[in-house]
Design a protein around this ligand. Structure first.
Ligand code: SF4
Ligand code: SF4
Length: 56
């Protein structure tokens, strides 16, 4: 299991620095999570202002 970032993402960048695994990077129009690197910790969901990261 991994987290995924929905289209609600406003590309604020807060989750990238909050991820302990370096799994988040800026994508085309929104940030994206590399599922192979995600440890399912939930930190990105905690810092996101719009609730875009959700458990897949
Ligand atoms: Fe990174 Fe944790 Fe979010 Fe996975 S759940 S992308 S490890 S902050
Ligand atoms: Fe997008 Fe939320 Fe990450 Fe900001 S914290 S870049 S809105 S997913």
């Amino acid at each position: 299991m991994a987290y995924q970032i929905s289209d609600d993402c406003i590309s604020c960048g807060s989750c990238e620095s909050a991820c302990p695994c370096g799994a988040i990077s800026e994508g085309d129009g929104k940030y994206v999570i590399d599922a192979d690197m995600c440890a399912d910790c939930g930190s990105c969901a905690e810092v996101c202002p719009v609730g875009a990261p959700q458990q897949a």
